[in-house]
Design a protein around this ligand. Structure first.
Ligand SMILES: [Cu+2]
Length: 184
């Protein structure tokens, strides 16, 4: 057994033990699992990257998950292989619950991620670190397969200039980003 192997096995066992006790819904336990995973020497990720990814149960400064049954409006958006959304700009209001109904009209996978310009830049950097691994759906993000239509419902709590963007490798850089203006 090489010197590093035992440590790796021990870390793996700790990760398994913590994962087994985590129920999934509890934020604290989920965070503990994330921390344990990032301490493994077999993972080439920084803890800050994983920490940012574990926030899917938390509200954002600009909004939170919305109840589709209480949506004030449904906004239909098409994603295309030309790396564009149609429409490229939408407006909503503070206090509104909005369902974004996103249709992937292309032949490749796209994403619909809502956030501030800074959050979009951070997300793009994270995705670049992770290669082409598809992201899991989160409060503010969905992945849409070719031909699929998928809903994302958000309640907006703060006015501001948000963006919706696709972070499949190369798409954001190619301009697959739109404006989401939250009016007061
Ligand atoms: Cu895309």
């Amino acid at each position: 057994m090489r010197p590093g192997t035992l440590k790796r096995v021990v870390v793996a066992l700790i990760v398994l033990a913590i994962a087994a006790t985590a129920c999934g819904d509890d934020d604290g336990e989920a965070a503990a699992t994330t921390t344990a995973v990032t301490s493994s020497s077999t993972m080439d990720m920084t803890s800050s990257t994983m920490g940012d990814m574990g926030n899917d149960d938390h509200p954002f400064e600009w909004g939170t998950a919305g109840d589709p049954a209480n949506a004030d409006q449904i906004i239909e958006i098409a994603a295309s292989d030309a790396f564009r959304f149609d429409p490229e700009s939408v407006e909503v209001h503070v206090g509104e619950t909005v369902t974004f109904r996103v249709t992937n009209e292309g032949a490749i996978r796209h994403e619909f991620v809502v956030g501030t310009p800074a959050e979009q830049d951070d997300h793009e950097a994270e995705m670049a670190d992770m290669g082409s691994m598809p992201m899991a759906d989160e409060t503010n993000a969905i992945g849409i397969d070719p031909g699929e239509t998928k809903d994302l419902t958000l309640t907006f709590t703060q006015a501001g200039a948000l963006r919706f963007a696709c972070h499949v490798t190369g798409h954001f850089a190619a301009g697959m980003v739109g404006a989401l203006n939250v009016q007061s």
